[in-house]
Design a binder for this molecule. Structure first.
Ligand code: GUN
Length: 283
């Protein structure tokens, strides 16, 4: 069996088709949607992610501001900037690129963002709303994964879903969304015993652990839907996911590639959340 390739660039393009019209409609009412992206330090991967987010805003007709700080900036300076952005009527979404340098309390920084502008959905209040089943903003990567499933006609209802990774950014919200979509969800992590026992039971397998080509063909149930959230750089500079794509695509029923899978969807859902924030501000 050769898996169906779930094309993130194509789906992103489809979903973004009306974004510019929505942004322009808001601009006509004096409210062009605006996203502020805060980057602390010089991490090369984070710089690329931030650049991609800012470029995507420009393409979709959203205003964006990139606010950079040196790695050794005092946390109070960043908190003061977030306070300014919370009060800025041109800004509807605020994103602090993670990870932050070690001297930061990330939870405290995320909590400083107004929950109404928290387009990443990482504020404790928004996490709580998601867990209770009435999300204000759905974190962008798991939101993108759910869009893949919906667009591909894959209904999680009654299926065994296994999530590899328990991060606040992907694993935990992913598990919550799959559970709310009526899947039976197992979350595996670095302390899980007999990982393959779990992964081989998965009808839907989401890999978000940040280990290059970790998921091998032996770990996958024939016909499973395999979603690869990983973005890893190989020693030769090429990108690869958490899934060993070649062999796994011979076994799986459907699979997302890296690059060109979940990545473009994450940015698309960030734009969607920012548009949504601006539309709520108008209504
Ligand atoms: N770092 C890795 N993924 C993300 C994300 O989705 N949002 C933010 N803010 N930082 C990240």
């Amino acid at each position: 069996m050769t898996a169906r390739i779930l094309d993130g660039n194509a789906l992103a393009q489809k979903l973004r088709a009306d974004f510019r019209a929505r942004a322009d409609a808001l601009a006509e009412r004096g409210k062009r949607p605006g996203l502020a992206v805060i980057l602390v330090g010089e991490d090369p991967a984070s710089r690329i992610y931030v650049r991609n987010k800012v470029n995507a805003c420009a393409q979709a007709g959203l205003h964006s501001e990139r606010i950079g700080f040196a790695a050794d900036v005092a946390p109070e300076v960043v908190l003061a900037k977030i306070g300014e952005l919370n009060a800025d009527p041109r800004i509807h979404g605020i994103l602090v690129q993670l990870p932050l340098p070690g001297h930061f309390d990330s939870d405290a920084v995320l909590k400083a963002i107004s929950p109404a502008k928290d387009v990443d959905g990482f504020h404790a209040e928004n996490v709580g709303a998601l867990v209770q089943g009435h999300p204000r903003f759905i974190p962008c990567t798991p939101y993108g994964v759910m869009q893949f499933l919906a667009d591909s006609g894959i209904d999680p209802k009654g299926k065994e879903a296994v999530v590899l990774g328990r991060s606040n950014i992907v694993g935990k919200p992913m598990a919550m969304l799959l559970m709310q979509a009526n899947a039976t969800v197992t979350v595996c992590h670095s302390q899980t015993r007999d990982l393959t026992f779990h992964t081989r039971r998965a009808d839907i397998l989401v890999a978000a652990l940040g280990k290059p080509r970790f998921v091998t063909a032996e770990m996958v149930k024939p016909g499973a839907v395999v979603i690869d959230v990983g973005i890893n750089r190989l020693p030769d500079g090429r990108l690869c996911g958490d899934v060993d794509f070649g062999p796994v695509s011979e076994i799986a029923g459907a699979i997302t590639p890296v690059p060109g899978g979940v990545g473009p969807m994450t940015i698309t859902m960030l734009l969607a959340n920012t548009l949504e924030a601006a539309e709520r501000d108008v209504h």
